[in-house]
Design a protein around this ligand. Structure first.
Ligand code: HEM
Length: 505
């Protein structure tokens, strides 16, 4: 009897499944046919599997292979490659200039917005008018003149970092600079944004904030890149398992820490009207909060999201660029000698102002940023209203266009022998070379922290070579181990960058 009752149900269910499968297959086939032959992007070259679904690009991105995979596609298909139904990678120098033009703004793509954790930060803002206003509000904090007033803080961090690395070199004969430069970046940005560092340079150990931020960023990234990521998150985050709760609680823990630190900083700044308080990129903003006539104001939540955005955007990028900069200097003897000559001529006058005047140091940093800047993936933008002609293709509005830094910086039409680390090439730089550099992005969305990043790089190179003249690459630090690893963000293949003390060799 029970069997007799269940049979029609089962048949009904199977029929239901068959209908759904047929419908889905039909949808898939019709969509694939449309994408390949009738979509406005159908003429843009690229592999067929990328044109019919986002899966190929997302999987490459999440597995950290996007920059290599995209580079291969550009070699095969040319400067325009369709990498998903609605996204085109553009490595054509003229079109890249248009995409990052200050006059005809291609807004950031919504991918950033979906990410979530730092909703009020400039890094994920799409609306251009809001971006302009916010950049004015925070721009002063990173201006060259404010950077000068922050220099003692930054110099103090660089000195401490070099001192710690020197201790390892002298006690153990070698040092892995990768974690130390990570501590340097995190503590420096922590201090100038929150008014206090995380104490990790001094202790030589990570801080739970770093781990929480990493987790929260992972959640944010998956949410932004996986279709339906927000719904997936709201379901998974309800599972009452301690590890899952801990992972999804990371965002709140990060907010609690940041609110506390910024609250203290605000108190200190408003109590003594900024006199003698710790220098911070937010000093003016925090002073202005209770000033009714102030032109640019920000709420505490906005300041918090910006501060977190700085940590997220600034720490890994500075760590990786600084690591490769030091590696590249020590890897190329003639580069090191020329730099040492410039530093020797400065004597003890190692100030950032003096370092900024050194031509060869400037070329070395530019070349390190060309080949090894911490961000190498495609910068996502959307085609503005009305659509735009880019090269031979007319792309409708809202088409995603990405400018792949890795490939553009290695374009042989612009950079002779593009894979060679050759700082001298910048002594006679062409306009095209200058325009092709996207290490800090471009135009209206150029990196807010580039002055800070460059200051750290300059001071680090000068102080390290002065304090540790006996340092060289360790045997473990080979060209192979220093290749880019397939990770989400740039990383070294060997997972470290070891230097050794050559004094006793
Ligand atoms: C060598 C180190 C750095 C590199 C290579 C780098 C690279 C970049 C790039 C390529 C962009 C543009 C992203 C896009 O257009 O989609 C960007 C934006 C940004 N960066 Fe950096 N960055 C570095 C350091 C920093 C530091 C130290 C901070 C802050 C303390 C920072 C804060 C930001 C912010 C807030 C944005 C978003 C700006 C906007 O959307 O208008 N970056 N960075």
């Amino acid at each position: 009897m029970a069997l007799a009752n269940s049979l029609p149900m089962e048949m009904h269910f199977q029929e239901y499944l068959v209908v759904i499968t047929v419908l889905l297959s039909a949808y898939f086939l019709i969509n694939a046919f449309y994408q390949l032959y009738f979509s406005p992007l159908a003429k843009v070259p690229g592999p067929w599997y990328a044109a019919i679904s986002e899966l190929w690009y997302i999987s490459k991105l999440l597995r950290g292979q996007s920059m290599f995979a995209i580079h291969d596609l550009h070699q095969r298909y040319g400067p325009y490659v369709r990498v998903s139904p609605n996204d085109v990678m553009v490595a054509d120098a003229e079109a890249v200039k248009k995409i990052h033009s200050p006059f005809d703004v291609f807004p950031k793509s919504e991918v950033y917005k979906k990410a979530g954790l730092i909703q009020r930060s400039i890094a994920i803002m799409v609306d251009h008018d809001k971006v302009k206003k916010r950049r004015k509000a925070i721009g002063n904090g990173f201006s060259n003149s404010n950077m000068r007033s922050l220099e003692p803080v930054i110099r103090g961090k660089v000195d401490l970092c070099v001192e710690k690395m020197k201790q390892d070199l002298e006690a153990k004969g070698s040092v892995d600079i990768l974690p130390w430069l990570g501590f340097l970046a995190t503590d420096t940005i922590g201090e100038i944004a929150f008014g206090k560092d995380f104490g990790i340079l001094a202790s030589g150990m990570g801080h739970s904030f770093g781990q929480d931020l990493l987790l929260a960023t992972g959640v944010m990234f998956v949410r932004g890149h996986i279709p339906g990521g927000t719904y997936l998150e709201s379901i998974i985050s309800r599972i009452p398992h301690p590890t899952i709760q801990w992972i999804f609680g990371s965002g709140n823990r990060v907010f609690t820490y940041t609110n506390q630190a910024l609250g203290d900083l605000r108190h200190e700044i408003t109590e003594d009207e900024g006199l003698g308080s710790k220098p911070s990129v937010f000093s003016t903003i925090l002073q202005n909060q209770d000033n009714p006539t102030a032109k640019y104001k920000m709420t505490m939540e906005e300041v918090r999201d910006e501060a977190l955005g700085f940590i997220l955007a600034g720490t890994d990028t500075v760590t990786i660029t600084a690591t490769y900069l030091i590696w590249a200097i020590l890897r190329h003897k003639e580069v090191r000698q020329k730099l040492e000559a410039e530093f020797t001529a400065l004597g003890d006058n190692i100030t950032d102002e003096a370092l900024q005047q050194l031509p060869y140091l400037t070329f070395v940093i530019k070349e390190a940023l060309r080949l090894y800047a911490g961000a190498q993936i495609g910068l996502p933008r959307a085609v503005p209203l009305g659509g735009r002609q880019l090269g031979p293709y007319f792309l409708p509005e809202k088409t995603g266009v990405m400018t792949p830094i890795y490939s553009i910086h290695r374009d042989p039409k612009i950079f002779e022998e593009p894979l060679l680390f050759n700082p001298g090439r910048w002594s006679c730089a062409t306009k095209d070379m200058e325009a092709a550099i996207l290490a800090f992005g471009g135009a209206s969305r150029i990196c807010v922290g580039q002055n800070l990043a460059k200051m750290i790089l300059r001071l680090l190179a000068a102080v390290l070579l002065k304090e540790c003249p006996y340092v060289d690459l360790a045997e473990s630090c080979t060209d192979e181990s220093m290749q880019f690893a397939p990770r989400l963000f740039v990383a070294t293949k060997g997972g470290k960058c070891e230097l050794q003390n050559t004094k006793n060799r």
